[in-house]
Design a protein around this ligand. Structure first.
Ligand code: ZN
Length: 482
């Protein structure tokens, strides 16, 4: 069919209204990307009728034929980055549909690209349905290992012959708008809709000895928990909430990487998100997207950095600003500057506990006087695996205490654990801590002062949780001293 071929008036009349769809509607109906439609139109593979500014109509019958041809005769739609839910393939099906090494053109050609797209989507769907927090792909000598992290434990999902490695990794890189042609460390983001669930995936790519390592962190935006769901007690939650509302200053959520500090910070923001407050988030990489928040992502390559955003941001008068990862001196300085202007700043920082977080802030170049005047509190957290309620059994540990553990059952896949909860440690900043910091006091001295000022260390809470039978003794020990 010729490009831009206009049907004759008589032909046009024959077509019912329903047979013509605009590009957007056609794309969502058949799962073909709008970009793909445009490509086909430019190549004359399908005829389109221009109806207005950048609005094209497509004959639905022609599109259906195209979609069927792509699907190899099956009624199917082309899964896109936004619609893995449309992928009906099971993992096994996807594996059997993988191209053989002889068909090297898989990625370039449309018809052959589909198995890779299905494979990539099936891996995502398996991870999402297993409740994974991370999905990783790692080259090995003969295979690409696909692993997922569920409740903090890595498990192998499958191993794929490594001749598909490049195509599969490239598929994810393209989804995250990264450059597949450069083998350099890269980071990006893409979103998927699985059923009713909207997830954002942060993608990081690293070249390794035998090929590539691709890690994806999943952020379930639809089921973002509340702080109470995360295990925060009502008095602590309310107290931090009232500091955020009435006192301004800096509130820090800290944890080691993967310990869920970002989730807690967003759970907090969700709780503070009312129509009378203007909440803004500023991150380098997208994590959660939450309705009602103004979310900004900085791009140094476009000169869009926290510092260049600051003047405009302040004019917009936000009540609460979230700054993701203040692990660099520039980002920390930005967060402090905003907080010093009377705006509540909620930020995340990587540190194993609250006292270590203070030392990290000092090492990033903040004076103790400044911390004392701006910092309100540090909410540190660690994640612990909960005992599977289905196979919970009383056991006596070395110390003679009666505790509980999961002995393993079908519900927990014989792990004895089911789900995780967070343990919190809140450090309230005060003058005495500020003075101790200015005197370069030791960790233990600062911890002692903080303990006198209501700090409940992780270990105390964990001991209680072991006693209550929420977590196993071994898990408690590992998390306390891990
Ligand atoms: Zn169990």
């Amino acid at each position: 069919m010729a490009e831009e071929k206009e049907p004759s008036p008589a032909e046009e009349e024959k077509k019912s209204e329903a047979q013509w769809l605009t590009a957007q509607a056609a794309a969502s109906f058949l799962g073909i990307t709008v970009g793909r439609l445009d490509h086909l139109r430019r190549n004359g593979q399908i005829a389109a009728k221009k109806v207005g500014w950048f609005s094209y109509q497509y004959d639905v019958n022609v599109l259906m034929a195209y979609a069927n041809r792509l699907a190899g005769g099956h009624q199917s739609s082309e899964p896109t980055a936004e619609s893995t839910s449309q992928s009906t393939s099971t993992l096994q099906e996807a594996v059997t549909q993988m191209p053989t090494p002889a068909r090297k053109e898989v990625y370039a050609d449309d018809a052959d690209k589909r198995p890779i797209v299905r494979m990539a989507n099936a891996i995502l769907v398996s991870g999402i349905e297993a409740g994974a927090s991370d999905i990783s792909l790692e080259s090995d000598r003969t295979h690409v290992r696909v692993r997922i992290r569920v409740d903090g434990t890595l498990q192998e999902l499958l191993a794929i012959p490594n001749y598909v490695e490049t195509a599969l990794i490239n598929r994810y890189l393209v989804m995250a708008e990264l450059n597949p042609s450069t083998r350099r460390p890269q980071q990006g983001v893409f979103s998927v809709l699985h059923g009713e669930t909207h997830l954002n995936l942060r993608v990081s790519y690293l070249p390794i000895l035998r090929g590539s390592k691709l890690a994806m962190r999943l952020y379930d935006c639809t089921n973002l928990p509340s702080v109470w769901d995360l295990g925060m007690s009502e008095d602590i939650g309310s107290e931090i909430g009232s500091v955020a509302t009435y006192e301004n200053g800096l509130i820090l959520f800290v944890g080691s990487p993967g310990e869920g500090a970002t989730t807690t910070a967003f759970a907090f923001l969700k709780g503070l998100n009312t129509p009378e407050r203007y909440l803004c988030t500023l991150e380098e990489q997208m994590s959660y997207s939450v309705e009602g928040l103004s979310q900004i992502y900085w791009k140094p390559q476009n000169n869009l950095t926290p510092q260049t955003i600051l003047p405009t941001l302040l004019r917009q008068d936000p009540d609460i600003l979230f700054v993701g990862d203040i692990d660099t001196a520039e980002n920390l300085e930005f967060a402090l500057q905003v907080a010093e202007q009377g705006i509540t700043v909620i930020a995340t920082l990587h540190a194993p506990d609250s006292v270590h977080a203070l030392f990290r802030l000092m090492r990033l170049g903040v004076s103790s006087e400044r911390l004392q005047s701006v910092l309100r509190c540090i909410c540190a957290q660690r994640l612990v695996r909960k005992i599977c309620p289905n196979c919970k059994t009383a056991v006596t540990v070395e110390t003679g205490e009666i505790t509980y553990k999961g002995v393993g059952c079908a519900t927990c896949q014989n792990r004895g654990y089911k789900g995780r909860t967070a343990v919190f440690e809140i450090l309230w900043m005060n003058r005495v801590i500020g003075e101790a910091l200015s005197l370069s006091s030791s960790y233990l001295t600062i911890q002692e002062i903080a303990l006198a000022n209501r700090l409940r260390p992780f270990q105390t809470t964990i001991r209680e949780m072991i006693g209550e039978g929420t977590i196993a003794y071994e898990e408690g020990i590992a998390v306390s001293y891990g």
